[in-house]
Design a protein around this ligand. Sequence first.
Ligand code: PMP
Length: 425
Amino acid sequence: MATSTASSPNSLLFHQSSSRKSSSLAIPSSLRLSKPSSLSLRRISCTAVTTPLSVSSSSASTGRVFNFAAGPAILPESVILEAQAELFNYQGSGMSIMEMSHRSKEFDYVIKKAESDLRSLLSISDDYSVLFLQGGATTQFAAVPLNLCASPDSTADFIVTGSWGDKAFKEAQKFCKPNLIWSGKAEKYTKIPSFDSLQQSPDARYLHICANETIHGVEFKDYPTPANKDTILVADMSSNFCSKPVDVSRFGVIYAGAQKNVGPSGVTIVIVRKDLIGNAQPITPVMLDYKTHADTLSLYNTPPCFAIYICGLVFADLLKKGGLAEVEKINAKKAGLLYDTIDASGGYYVCPVEKSVRSLMNVPFTLRQSELEKTFIAEASKEDMVQLKGHRSVGGMRASIYNAMPLAGVEKLVAFMKDFQARNP
Ligand code: PMP
């Protein structure tokens, strides 16, 4: 089997880190990589995989479907194949990455490279720590107030634009005094408020948003600026993480479960400004204290090694695709196709979300004749387009079209939608 270093994700890292000019984007010294000797020249580039799979389309011959699930969700085929190729004997180590110590030189390289590539993708400066944690984004609903509010009497503001923001708000009630400064619940979570109209609390420790509501398909296109300069902007970016460039410097904390855009379930990524670390409430469990993980480069205890490894492959793949600005263009094209089809259907398909805040990642829609929705989902599934059922709390359909969903998948879905409408007027 051919090997390559020139085109491998490893070599990509070394090129990027050495060519980086801005000191604010410099890779922290703790992250400088020393490549284990067993890795040199042994990395198999994904082009070396001989399995005759097209990375852009599903087909009966590969047995792969177009998976529109909201998460765990579709991953790039090239990443799955690369993981498969090195699953049995990782980089000549004689074992799989799943069997390896998290303190091994191989895993040390994997986690540092994943962090380094993520820093490149999002231009994360050295003022921030990047943590690979467990417990899902749900655990962050508690960890954020525990870390940011030194006292349980501290206040925090919440803009709630869907079910996930609501869950974060409710969990925060146990650890601080959160204020609900805006809720879209009465309008069934179809809107985002204008920021000028918000009555922010002058003493709020942080302002929390969910950047993309996975169930309702509502996405912030811009972010509010806290009224008080000491208030920290916090975002749950679980379902649009790495789908577009983000100015990280506007946030104190960004957190995201990996299982939508960047990996399998089991790892949650937290990007936290370093000056916010180290002030957790005394009751904070050691595993929820950001300091625990920042001080140990996410290796305080056994991390979710395999999930971090896959995230690393995804980050390298995103860099290879040209970075997040390129990825965003494709995402906008895919989402545009789908929303245009819905809007041009004469009310046959309906997306309830206000146009200006429609998500590029999760597209909820209903059928005017709701009794046909089951048939729609069943027929689509027969055509290898699966997991289109809407969340149980809202019904209808939802097409999650994360980074890894090929354009061909969305083209096939819109062709099916038009055909379905023609057959069931
Ligand atoms: N926030 C958002 C926006 C989500 O979509 C989800 C999961 N679907 C969560 C939080 C909860 O994540 P987890 O299951 O990883 O705890």
